[in-house]
Each structure stands twice: as C-alpha cells, then as structure tokens.
Design a protein around this ligand. Sequence first.
Ligand code: SF4
Length: 201
Amino acid sequence: MTTPLLLHACCGPCSLEPLRLLREEGFEPTICWTNPNIQPVAEHDQRLCTLLKWANEVAHVPVIVAGDDREAWERGVAPAGFDRERRCRACYALRLSESCRVARERGFTHVSTTLAVSPYQLFDACCELLVALACQSGLVPVVRDFRPHYPDATREARALGMYRQNYCGCRFSAAEATIERHEARDARKAAKAAKRARENR
Ligand code: SF4
C-alpha cells in the first residue's frame, strides 16, 4: 500500500530524484508548487512550465499549483537582503508553510520538499523548518538527504532537455551567483597566468 505525500517542489530538475526515491520507499507523491521567491516573473513562469511539462509527460505525477504570494515574500524575506542565512530561512518558512497549509486542506498526512536535493541550499535550516512547520500542522515531516543524488538529477535533467537555471530564484541569489561566476573566472585566469609565467622562466 502506498502513502500519499505532498512534495513541495522548487523546480522540475530538483524534483526528479526525490520523486523517484520517495516512490521507491512506498510514498505516492503529489507535487505542490509554491515559489513566490522566483524573480523575475518570466523566470518563475518558465520554471513552472518546465515542471508541469515533465510532470504530465514524463513522471505522471499530479501537481497542485498553490499560492505564490509575492507581496508576502517582499514583506517577510526581502528585508534580510544579502544576509543569506536569515533570508533563506524566511524563504523556506514561507514556502513550506504554504505547502503544509495545502497538505492539511487536501487531507495529506505526510509532507516533504525537493529543496533537500540541492547542495546549494541550507540543508539543516531547511530540514529544521520542515519538521517544525509540519509538526505545527499535525503532519508527518518526511526528512531525507537527497543531496548524494544531485549529480544524477543534473544528468537526467540534461538528458530530458529540461530548462536548468543558474541561480536559486530571488534577485539576491541572482546577484550572488553572478559574483561567484566572476570570481571563479578571475581565479581561472590568474591560475593560467601563473602557469604561463612559470613556463617562461
Ligand atoms: S537564495 Fe533561494 S532560498 Fe534563499 S531567499 Fe533566495 S530564492 Fe529563497
């Protein structure tokens, strides 16, 4: 017998492995989309379309498109700015609260999140909030460390031709990712220049 579970999904590529693994465990996941953090709106819509296409055509998993309260995100999350820990905790809390509300409303008993697959997320904070919010709502939090499966998810998403974003979602993460890419590029250039200098000695 399978156990129905509401799986908060942050995007299509991050849903691949959690869905497979939870199904293997005997859960019957329904995906819940609630991601008011994704900016700009066109990016949000592209990620949602990618998820829906894969869910309908490949995974055959139902998707509930829940609330995307952008004003609540601006009020409750944006003031943390570049304080990443504070910002991401508030962002997880907003999305996981909405997922728990939907789970209660639709009669689910178990809840989980695909955020636990990405090595770029704050795993401990995310799990802590999932447990706290699920328990407050009388739900069973299904906490799993999906991160070892992230490389498989990346390969599979590429093979399926899914759109893969290069930043987490909010405008702050887009700026942070750009800076990190520039720093990595500068470090590569410096390493090459140092190598050339050694060779010319
Ligand atoms: S980096 Fe990601 S999890 Fe953190 S606040 Fe931005 S969108 Fe939310």
